[in-house]
Design a protein around this ligand. Structure first.
Ligand SMILES: Cc1cc2nc3c(=O)[nH]c(=O)nc-3n(C[C@H](O)[C@H](O)[C@H](O)COP(=O)(O)OP(=O)(O)OC[C@H]3O[C@@H](n4cnc5c(N)ncnc54)[C@H](O)[C@@H]3O)c2cc1C
Length: 467
């Protein structure tokens, strides 16, 4: 569609959750808004390379693996083989639905979508270069940079070889490998290692840290290691660093600094991300970029130039789609109203879609002990719950940490089927002001039965009875 205007109240760069949150908020506040997107479709890395494709892939792989384990379906489908094309067809279907949804948001709110790569050529001007290479300047009173991030690629690793992939290019895989090495055991590395193992691929997971996802409560991180290693059969190497990567016609050889050598058909590099700040022309404006490619912002998401805001992965932590959307909305509110009193919630939940799924909120046992907070712990094991037994999702646990005197919930830690959903029940109570944030809520409430929500009653009683 031809773009008739050259000036907008606000130009947003990037159509991921950060850019979308800002654009829609601003459009609803009556501002004229354009969003510039360099990819041919809206939705951002979140829709095309990150959250949506990975979560879809993980979901269908889980379905496949659960059916293979099911007493009924394993008889019916015992020799069904799944190909990467089958998996990607499902991913593309969900991505297409998401793109249609998001296009509708922009259309309905009169946000102009400009396709091309944006670069600042002045404090109030961006030059947008389309696919044909033609540049066109656009001006605005305000800008929101929401350009996201990309996987970090060390120079000595040959990503031109199709045997070496990262979280973006893994989605272009045409053939499933028999063996896969995942380098980097952060959330993305653990999720993909676990998913490929569920598909029947032999997986090596190389962790550069001492234990998996160290920031989690130790019991949860240990449970993840146990299930990935002993139940799923992922070979985990902890505290290792690569020395070099060798690619030959038979596969990939990962040489570790400790002298170990790991051979596999394919290597998935999942070790860090860099903000998409290069080529934006920010240095000339005096906006500094740190060594991770991120931009510094104040509480209102303004860079050193108050009319240029930045949100989402480009500002670093927490690097989550959920937070990026909120940050975009907050920046939009600040531009439209001059103030924004809303802030990201202090406790941002973690959702990790491994097998088993993990979700956590608030303090860990280690943190509460360091802070000398007198807490008590209550556990509920999914294997003891009626719903867990009916659905055969018995591997899992809900753990509540609460203050011994005030009974305030201080931390919720969960692993097992649907942990990311289950967590939000506790979050709603934990977010209440005193005295309503109270473990007794779960004891005095009647839950649907049989449900996984019942885990809260069981864990609360387990902890309360220990006081
Ligand atoms: C494998 C994987 C799984 C993930 N899973 C989850 C999850 O389960 N839950 C969760 O909350 N988060 C998850 N994330 C993180 C989440 O995807 C990101 O935090 C989120 O996408 C960040 O949103 P954003 O708006 O900052 O940027 P993005 O979604 O990355 O969008 C940025 C957009 O800006 C465009 N762009 C960049 N530069 C320019 C330019 N100069 N001009 C024009 N356009 C430009 C890009 O093309 C892109 O479309 C995952 C990430 C990965 C990689």
């Amino acid at each position: 569609m031809e773009i008739l205007k050259d000036h907008f109240d606000v130009i947003v760069i990037g159509s991921g959750p950060g850019g979308e949150g800002a654009s829609i908020k601003l459009a609803k506040a009556g501002k004229s808004v354009a969003v510039v997107e360099s990819y041919s479709l809206v939705g951002g890395g979140c829709t095309h390379w990150g959250t949506i494709p990975s979560k879809t892939l993980i979901h269908v792989i889980r379905q496949y693996s659960e059916q293979k384990k099911s007493r009924l379906f394993s008889r019916l489908y015992h020799n069904v083989k799944v190909t990467s094309d089958d998996l990607m067809a499902v991913v593309q279907d969900v991505v297409a639905q998401q793109v249609r949804e998001r296009e509708g948001f922009y259309e309905r709110n009169d946000v102009v979508v400009i396709e091309g790569h944006a670069r600042f050529v002045g404090p109030h001007t961006v030059e947008v270069t389309d696919e044909a290479g033609s540049p066109r300047p656009f001006t605005a009173d305000y800008f929101v940079i929401a350009t996201g991030s990309h996987p970090y690629r060390p120079e000595d690793v040959d990503f031109d070889n199709s045997r070496v992939v990262d979280s973006d290019t893994v989605l272009q895989m045409h053939e499933l490998p028999a063996t896969l090495t995942v380098y980097g055991a952060g959330v993305v590395g653990c999720e993909y290692a676990s998913a490929f193992k569920d598909l029947g691929v032999k997986v090596n997971l190389v962790n550069t840290r001492e234990r998996l996802l160290e920031y989690l409560d130790e019991e949860i991180s240990n449970a993840l290691s146990y299930h990935m290693r002993d139940e799923q059969g992922v070979l985990i190497r902890q505290n290792e660093e690569y020395q070099r990567v060798e690619v030959n016609k038979n596969g990939v050889v990962l040489h570790l600094k400790t002298g170990k050598v790991i051979k596999s058909d394919m290597l998935l590099w999942a070790n860090g991300r860099t903000g998409n700040s290069a080529g934006l022309g920010l240095e000339a404006l005096g906006v500094e970029i740190d060594h991770r490619g991120n931009l510094a912002v104040n509480e209102a998401y303004q860079t050193v130039l108050p009319h240029i805001y930045a949100v989402g992965d480009i500002v670093g932590f927490p690097n989550l789609a959920s937070a990026a959307y909120d940050q975009g909305r907050f920046a939009g509110t600040h531009i439209a109203e001059g103030v924004c009193d809303e802030r990201l919630v202090r406790n941002i939940p973690t959702g990790i879609y491994t097998t088993p799924e993990i979700s956590c909120l608030g303090g860990t046992e280690r943190e509460l002990t360091e802070q000398r907070i007198p807490y008590e712990v209550g556990h509920s094991f999914f294997r003891n719950l009626a719903r867990g037994q009916i659905t055969a999702h018995k591997a899992g646990m809900l753990k509540l940490l609460f203050h011994r005197e005030t009974l305030e919930i201080l931390g919720i830690h969960c692993f097992g089927h649907n942990a990311a959903e289950i967590l939000h029940i506790g979050q709603a109570i934990m977010a209440q002001p005193a005295p309503h944030n109270n473990i007794k809520y779960f004891i005095n409430t009647t839950f649907n039965y049989p449900t996984m929500a019942e885990a809260y009653r069981v864990a609360a009683l387990n902890g309360y009875n220990r006081l």
